[in-house]
Design a protein around this ligand. Structure first.
Ligand SMILES: [Zn+2]
Length: 300
């Protein structure tokens, strides 16, 4: 069975090419996956929009209603970084539905990935930092509510700290949140995860991988995990516009391999989401995101 990949064409909300958020990376990632032979019909599933009842497990009901009605107050839209019109609203619902679907496919098949997701700055009360809904938090709470999982681990390796996920799941003892990120990156005011590791600027491949390799066994020992959500943000890359950790493509590949190999060796299902990545060279950026899928396909 090929790696199960969840994708929807409307993950791309069609922003202008010069927008600070590189929206065109979604179609370009699919092109990259097709070129690598990973996007055949037997590999792809299409999500439905997440219903309000799922979204309200993680977010304030009033905020969910605002997003669904495209009536988000301007002040919150400024914190998110773009206006929430019909396409952005649909995109947020689809990306969240996509992570829930990928999680279900991971539980069935051992591993699955969403070609979006990792919107970890969205807090309970509202979105922020290019994140409208927190897909991983929603998916975690859906799985718990349906008793599809009892213990959930979130491994967030996006270069930015997972403040929104920590905010939503701080009181949820069945979910453990781990974030390893650049100390000097957004958000300025971090919300403590269950475990945070803040790295200095310019950390580089060797030091990064050594640190991560030391932590994974610690995480495993904490509980019998039913599923791991892996945020494989590529903004740790040296050429990322927002990152400061100086990883290479080889470093990214070694990181993804280390995480997935670790949990799959223990037969723990892994649900991958792409997380952040910011570059004006969107083709190069899409190729960086494709690394997660290349590595994951070796474990499918
Ligand atoms: Zn990020």
């Amino acid at each position: 069975m090929p790696l199960q990949i969840v994708h929807h064409p409307d993950y791309d909300a069609g922003f202008a090419v010069n927008h600070r958020f590189p929206m065109s990376k979604y179609p370009l990632l699919m092109e990259a996956l097709s070129a690598r032979g990973l996007a055949g019909p037997e590999a792809l599933s299409m999500p439905r929009p997440a219903p309000a009842s799922w979204l309200k497990l993680a977010h304030a009901a009033s905020y969910v209603d605002q997003v669904l009605a495209c009536e988000v107050p301007e002040k919150i839209e400024r914190e998110i970084g773009f206006p929430v019109g019909p396409r952005v609203s649909l995109r947020a619902q689809l990306a969240t539905g996509g992570t829930v679907l990928a999680a279900r496919l991971a539980l069935l098949n051992g591993i699955a990935c969403n070609t979006a997701g990792g919107s970890h700055h969205a807090r309970r009360a509202q979105g922020a930092g290019f994140c409208t809904f927190n897909d991983v938090a929603v998916a975690s709470l859906v799985l718990l509510a349906e008793a599809a999982a009892r213990n959930i681990l979130i491994v967030d390796l996006d270069v930015h700290q997972g403040d929104g996920t920590a905010d939503i799941l701080g009181d949820e003892r069945r979910v453990f949140t781990f974030s390893m990120h650049g100390d000097r990156n957004y958000p300025a005011r971090k919300i403590a995860s269950d475990l945070d590791v803040a790295l200095p600027d310019g950390t580089g491949d060797a030091a990064y991988l050594e640190r991560l390799g030391g932590i994974l066994p610690e995480l495993t020992a904490r509980a019998p995990w039913d599923i791991v959500f892996y945020n494989a943000g590529v903004d740790v890359h040296a050429h990322d516009r927002l990152g400061r950790l100086s990883l290479s493509n080889e470093g990214l590949r070694a990181r993804d391999d280390m995480v997935i190999r670790h949990f799959r060796a223990l037969r723990i299902p892994v649900c991958g989401v792409i997380g952040g990545g910011y570059s004006t060279d969107v083709a190069a950026l899409a190729a960086r995101h494709a690394i997660l899928f290349e590595v994951a396909s070796g474990f499918a």
